[in-house]
Design a protein around this ligand. Structure first.
Ligand code: DAH
Length: 370
């Protein structure tokens, strides 16, 4: 196929020559040879004037007191009879036309820059446009949204809570009283040395805030930033978690397992399986850690899964009745499950990353890959 011819748009200056602009008058002036010549000369000068000084010079030359036109008009009384009415009528029309033309030309020259650009700029609309860099969502945001989408599809709502929390929501109401050993595992940042105000160490406090406000049935996920005094290849002082909470009547651990398996297959692939290992969290009883079959070796064992075939992805469990007590739920009628996962960890597993700090180095060569 032969290439398309380039299409060029040329924008031409709208200037009309004096002869075109005053066609009728020029025709009429032919009735008087002298007048026609005077007008013709003035018109040529106006057409040729390219700067304001030239306009002014043309005005003096052709309309000034000593200009041929002024002299001719002043000489009317001395003219032969038959010339007088012709010169009187068309002479004044010529004068008015020249005045108007000079004013028009002046205005036009004042916008000369625009004129020049209109006359010279040409746009080839078939050329490829100038590319400009396109932004994108950070891989952590993308992963968070993907997780949110999966749970939204299961009927979960999204809730958020504050990143600066009180001790009560972060620990106490989550069945972790003062002096509880589980507190020391969190490496908490406190605000201004106030032991009651801190940067939340997990998204679990949002569970309490949701249950304080709403009655079951509750199906909600709670994404957000969390903070811990920790920094190495697999820990950054700020990271993201997604908390999940389901509270209803007749909720069992089978529901928890089915929900998490559905989630894991949606995010890591349809042939993944999960296993639950007993664990301890203060706010769930029983508690588990959840592993997914290694997506790199398919479960046979490789370096990524430390030859176990399994990768740990989250903590979960059945909501401890004590937690229901803190939010005045009827603990004997309600059951619930909860889970919490690290967004960075999910993203690292999904993309085979080994160093979590890369998420926050802002190296575009890394960020642009997603
Ligand atoms: N909050 C826990 C953490 O940050 C994770 C977690 C475990 C959340 C079990 C839960 C849960 O809701 O049931 O280590």
């Amino acid at each position: 196929m032969s290439p398309l011819p380039a299409i060029t748009i040329k924008i031409v200056s709208p200037y009309l020559s004096m002869e075109d602009k005053y066609k009728d008058l020029v025709a009429q002036l032919k009735a008087h040879e002298g007048l026609a010549a005077i007008f013709g000369e003035a018109a040529a000068d106006i057409d040729a004037a390219a700067e304001p000084e030239a306009i002014e010079a043309a005005r003096v030359k052709h309309l000034g007191r000593k200009s041929p036109l002024s002299l001719l008009l002043r000489s009317i009384p001395e003219l032969p009879n038959e010339e007088r009415p012709v010169v009187g009528k068309y002479g004044n029309q010529a004068r008015a036309a020249l005045e108007q033309a000079l004013a028009d030309r002046k205005k036009q020259l004042e916008s000369g820059e625009l004129e020049r650009r209109l006359a010279t700029e040409q746009v080839d609309i078939t050329l490829p446009g100038e590319p400009f860099p396109q932004g994108r969502l950070h891989i952590i945001t993308q992963t968070q949204w993907e997780i949110e989408d999966i749970f939204a599809g299961l009927g979960y709502r999204i809730a958020e809570g504050p990143e600066v929390e009180t001790d009560y929501y972060n620990f106490t109401a989550l069945n972790t009283p003062e002096g509880h050993p589980a507190r020391s595992s969190h490496d908490t940042f406190f605000v201004d040395g106030d032991p009651d105000v801190l940067l939340r160490t997990h998204t679990s406090p949002v569970q309490i805030r949701v249950m304080e406000k709403e009655q079951p049935p509750i199906y909600v996920i709670m994404p957000g930033r969390v903070y811990r005094r920790d920094s190495d290849a697999t820990h950054t002082p700020m990271f993201h978690q997604i908390e999940g909470l389901a509270v209803d009547e007749h909720i069992t651990m089978a529901d928890l397992k089915g929900t998490l398996e559905t989630f894991v297959r949606a995010i890591f692939g349809a042939d993944r399986v999960i296993r639950l290992r007993p664990h301890f969290f203060p706010f769930t009883e029983p508690s588990v850690e959840v592993d997914v079959s290694c997506m790199i070796c398919g479960g046979d064992g490789c370096r990524s899964c430390k030859h176990s075939g399994w990768l740990e992805i989250l903590g979960a469990g059945m909501v401890d009745p004590n937690v229901f007590g803190f939010v005045d739920y009827e603990a004997d009628r309600m059951q619930g499950f909860a889970f919490g996962m690290g967004v960075e960890r999910i993203a690292m597993l999904k993309h085979g990353m080994t160093d979590l700090r890369m998420f926050y180095d802002n190296d575009l060569r890394f960020i642009k890959q997603f």
